[in-house]
Design a protein. Structure first.
Length: 82
């Protein structure tokens, strides 16, 4: 597996885990007030989409506008796992 794939996995795994927990809350597996379930579900979808787009835009800007990518992602250096 190359570094880019690993970077995506490391980015999206926590987002997915948070989405699973929020989904469990929204369907009642984790007990909360029933009126909050729809709000939790919509917030989950919005959060996952927003985080994914933020990361994607940051990655696309890394070579074109490095200072903005650094601001968005914290660094312009791509990960190296070896």
């Amino acid at each position: 597996m190359n570094d880019t794939v690993l970077a995506y996995i490391r980015t999206y795994a926590p987002i997915f885990a948070g989405a699973v927990v929020a989904f469990l809350v929204s369907v009642g597996v984790i007990d909360t007030d029933a009126s909050t379930n729809l709000i939790v579900a919509l917030t989950t979808v919005f959060t996952v989409v927003a985080q994914g787009l933020w990361y994607l835009i940051g990655r696309l800007l890394t070579e074109r506008v490095p200072w903005l990518a650094k601001l968005m992602l914290g660094s312009t250096k791509t990960p190296s796992y070896f």
